[in-house]
Design a protein around this ligand. Structure first.
Ligand code: PHE
Length: 340
């Protein structure tokens, strides 16, 4: 029986060693320890062994069982760790790692920056948590002015600054206008300010956090045609040559005159459809910088003039790609994001 046990051990080791899947390993287990397995058969023969030798053989059987079980265990963890007993096939094609891409908003920011860079605008960034002074006061919106209601502002619970007032989450990128004038001091100024903005609103075309890009140009003899020419250039580059812009009279406290900028609808190309109704979609606000704002930035409005515009990036993307609901941009659904 000694000899048979030794043979069983050698055989078992070899079988376990050659197995490549856990399923095959289960099979080997059955072949050894199953009802009519090799080991089971051997234990059944213990009865025929002379009584005096039985304890010794019994002990050997136990040891053999332990050893085989250890082998099985080791093999099982090796297999589940992905290591196979056969050498790696170095000619097999590698597994491709899925590579993502920039989010739609980041892609748009890159494109917008590169378009305005060619017109000499340089990218600046100004605080996301801003003083009332820069977000409203210096933009010709004194405290309690009803115009402030248009910017449904989030306020920060903090001690107000004696001169700059409360802290807010900036509701627009126009907070950068006076900051930029104070930074540059002497025009020309060509600023592009891209930042996260916050307003208390959420629906199909609004998210409480969104992005705006703001342009500010201040120099001698700047007039409305300069503003219109800049918008035409941007529209052609960003939306394509078949889209055109128009200025519609509007009112902002910090620009005079003020305009809303419209672009022909990308679905009907200006003919009028159920998305746009009139053939035009609204890009955002603009106008000639108000003399009071220039003065707040320590620039003489008798010598210099300028224009400014502030447009929402999510809106602009929606107008290019015809996304119906801008909230989709922030749901992080890979099935949506993968399409761009
Ligand atoms: N800040 C304005 C808004 O958020 C847009 C704007 C910017 C208008 C610059 C005029 C000039 O709606």
């Amino acid at each position: 029986m000694d000899k048979e046990l030794k043979e069983l051990l050698t055989h078992a080791r070899a079988r376990i060693g050659s197995v490549n899947t856990t399923k095959d390993l289960d099979q080997v287990y059955i072949e050894i320890f199953g009802k009519s397995g090799e080991f089971t058969t051997l234990t059944k023969q213990l009865g025929q062994v002379p009584k005096s030798k039985r304890p010794k053989i019994g002990q050997l059987l136990n040891e053999a069982k332990k050893e085989i079980e250890q082998h099985l265990e080791k093999k099982r963890s090796a297999l589940s760790a992905g290591r196979s007993a056969t050498p790696i096939d170095i000619t097999a094609p590698g597994e491709k790692t899925k590579i993502g891409h920039l989010h739609l908003v980041s892609q748009a920011i890159e494109e917008i920056v590169s378009i305005f860079k060619q017109l000499g605008f340089s990218l600046q960034s100004y605080p996301e948590v801003e003083w009332d002074w820069y977000a409203f006061e210096t933009l010709n919106m004194p405290k309690n002015h009803p115009a402030r209601d248009d910017w449904e502002t989030f306020f920060i619970k903090s001690k107000p600054h004696p001169n700059l007032g409360n802290q807010v989450l900036t509701p627009h990128t126009s907070n950068g206008q006076v900051r930029e004038m104070l930074r540059v001091k002497t025009p020309p100024i060509r600023m592009l300010n891209i930042a996260r903005c916050y307003r208390r609103q959420i629906d199909i075309s609004h998210t409480p956090m969104f992005h705006q890009f703001e342009g500010l140009l201040v120099d001698k003899n700047v007039s409305i045609p300069d503003l219109k020419g800049t918008f035409d250039y941007f529209t052609t580059r960003f939306f394509g040559p078949e889209r055109v812009t128009r200025l519609r009279q509007h009112h902002f406290r910090f620009t005079e005159p003020s305009f809303e900028v419209d672009v022909t609808c990308g679905v009907c190309m200006g003919r009028g459809c159920r998305f746009c109704k009139s053939g035009w979609v609204e890009l955002g606000g603009s106008g000639m910088v108000h003399p009071r704002v220039l003065r707040a930035g320590k620039i003489d409005p008798e010598v210099y003039s300028g224009f400014a515009f502030g447009w929402g990036i999510e809106r602009t993307i929606a107008m290019k790609t015809n996304i119906g609901d801008i909230r989709l941009l922030y749901q992080n659904d890979i099935r949506f994001l993968e399409q761009f």
